[in-house]
Design a protein around this ligand. Structure first.
Ligand code: NOJ
Length: 559
């Protein structure tokens, strides 16, 4: 079947703030992106996803938007964005934007109006509730960032009511029950599409629908979710039935007529319920960015979970679903550090993990820096961290008696800042990211790990990604093939085929530090093969019969 452009895409995620600073203010900018587009083109990607670059007070690094029609001055202007779009398009690179539709910043004019009076025309753009009889919050929900007093409600003096904020106090939730709000959002989405953007990544879209009457949660929280008596209960506002009506309405009013890609950030979406959101017949979203393989709280992966998640999604694909494939993003740790290793075998591990992602079914995503094997960072002072989760959790832990050093040791490996340290371009000061003071400290390993050094190395990770991306164009089985695993009990070897009418590929990867020997099952053993990708080189592992630590090879089975 004819594929859609986004099924054939390889998406590169740009966290603009940390990508490339051209004006010396320590913050990446759009001019910096234009400057680096040729390198991305060389890498071979054909779509960019921008984390939010709209005007924002940056309480949550842009996920708190104060003007949905403008670019944050730290990144440049709307004209600069048009330049990015035009240049990217001229290179055959599509551009998708993050859209934050669950909440805005409290500095957004809609909220500024909304809080003025109960009869303001914008009042119902947000979710306001009166206090309980004793003056307390409308219910016992916690916010996700442990912000303010922990509650998901903030009292506002001007009108004597509380507003809902699932995230920071300065990020009030939008009210999707209110038709004028929907129309306001639809108008804005169409405006970006008419400007030429090719689609959207929809932030926390599963949380747009809230339960009628805002009932208390009755779950008994575990220690992590109990926030000073307020309780974080995902089931309250995630994947409620009414979400489908909202998404379908958005599709009919906005996405339908455009050839756009809409990928929802799907907390709560799994292979089991994904069809409700992304089957073409539903007219909701194109695809979903799910959290079964990788996520902020998942600090390990391994052969077994990899297989099990991929198998589930491959089965779901039979129902006409198209998944995303990724291991890292701006909310997670660096995947080579947590799912691989950042020691002696960093380079083969980075390549092995990339091989798995780029040869499994779906659209692969590359998070900036993974193509050079960037690794986690550990700061020894909370003042060096920026991530709202890390800071909120740190203060809670310290308050409960944990020592600051111990809290940092626990929280460091999970911090979103691992992914957000500046891009390491070269070994000059600040890794070539800025001539100023970077907004977040550079990872001290930049002198060893940087793009320039990587590209000079005969073992270049960047060059390996180039091959993987090129392979996608040259090998129909990567896009069209089914997925079948072999040796499913093996604790470390991951073995699978991708087979379509025109081709069969065999992927064998050694997930770990141990050397492993392999006897292929009879159905594969007597096939002729040709190796098309290897992360060590030399004699093919299939010939040696032994797999080195983190070794990965791809073969075409020819007969
Ligand atoms: C998910 C985004 O990926 C994350 O970075 C952000 O903090 C929350 N949504 C809130 O918008």
């Amino acid at each position: 079947m004819q594929k859609k452009w986004w099924q054939e895409a390889v998406v590169y995620q740009i966290y603009c703030k940390s990508f490339n600073d051209t004006d010396g203010d320590g913050i990446g900018d759009l001019q910096g992106v234009v400057e680096k587009l040729p390198i991305l083109k060389e890498l071979g990607i054909n779509c960019i996803w921008f984390n939010p670059i709209y005007k924002s007070p940056q309480v949550d690094n842009g996920y708190d938007i104060s003007d949905y029609y403008d670019i944050d001055p730290a990144y440049g202007t709307l004209e600069d964005f048009k330049k990015v779009l035009e240049t990217a398009h001229s290179m055959g690179i599509k551009v998708i934007m993050d859209q934050v539709l669950n909440h805005s910043s409290d500095e957004c004019v809609w909220f500024q109006e909304s809080r003025k009076s109960k009869d303001n025309p914008y009042r119902n753009y947000y979710i306001w509730q009166p206090p309980k009889a004793d003056g307390s919050e409308p219910n016992n929900w916690a916010n996700r960032f442990r912000d303010g007093n922990g509650s998901a409600w903030q009292f506002d003096e001007a009108t004597g009511e509380y507003y809902l904020h699932q995230y920071a106090v300065k990020m009030p939730d939008l009210n999707w029950e209110y038709e004028p709000l929907r129309q306001e959002i639809y108008k804005m989405l169409r405006w970006w599409l008419d400007l030429g953007v090719d689609g959207f990544r929809l932030d926390v879209f599963t949380r747009l629908k809230k339960p009628a009457g805002f009932p208390d949660t009755t779950v008994t929280p575990d220690v992590l979710l109990d926030r000073d008596g307020y309780i974080l209960d995902n089931s309250m506002c995630t994947c409620l039935e009414g979400i489908h009506e909202i998404l379908h309405d958005m599709y009919i009013n906005v996405f339908g007529p455009y050839d756009c890609y809409t990928v929802g950030e799907g907390a709560g979406v799994t292979d089991v319920n994904a069809h409700e959101y992304i089957s073409a017949g539903r007219q909701e979203l194109s695809s979903v960015y799910h959290f079964m393989l990788s996520g902020r709280r998942m600090l390990t992966l391994g052969a077994e979970r990899f297989r099990s998640v991929q198998k589930k999604w491959a089965a779901a694909m039979d129902r006409d679903l198209w998944p995303t494939q990724y291991l890292s993003n701006h909310d997670s740790a660096r995947h080579v550090s947590c799912y691989g290793t950042d020691g002696k075998y960093r380079v083969p591990a980075a390549k092995m993990l990339a091989t798995l992602i780029h040869t499994c079914p779906g659209t692969p995503y590359i998070y900036q820096g993974e193509e050079i094997g960037m690794v986690n960072v550990q700061f020894d002072d909370i003042a060096d961290y920026n991530c709202c989760y890390t800071i909120g959790d740190y203060h809670n832990m310290v308050k409960s008696g944990v020592s600051p050093a111990e809290a940092l040791k626990v929280l460091g490996p999970k911090s979103r800042d691992n992914a957000r340290t500046p891009y390491q371009w070269d070994d000059s000061e600040n890794a070539g990211f800025t001539t100023g003071k970077p907004w977040l400290k550079v990872n001290p390993r930049y002198t060893e790990i940087n793009l320039e050094a990587d590209r000079k190395s005969p073992d270049s990770i960047f060059a390996f990604y180039q091959k993987l991306i090129a392979m996608r164009q040259e090998n129909p089985a990567i896009l069209d093939g089914d997925l079948q695993f072999y040796l499913e009990d093996h604790p470390e070897l991951v073995v699978y085929t991708r087979r379509c009418a025109r081709q069969t590929l065999l992927v064998i990867a050694n997930y770990g530090h141990n050397k492993n020997v392999l006897t292929l099952p009879a159905s594969l053993a007597n096939r002729k093969w040709q190796r098309i990708l290897a992360n060590y080189g030399g004699v093919p592992a299939l010939e040696r019969g032994q797999w080195l630590p983190w070794e990965a090879e791809v073969y075409e089975l020819t007969e």
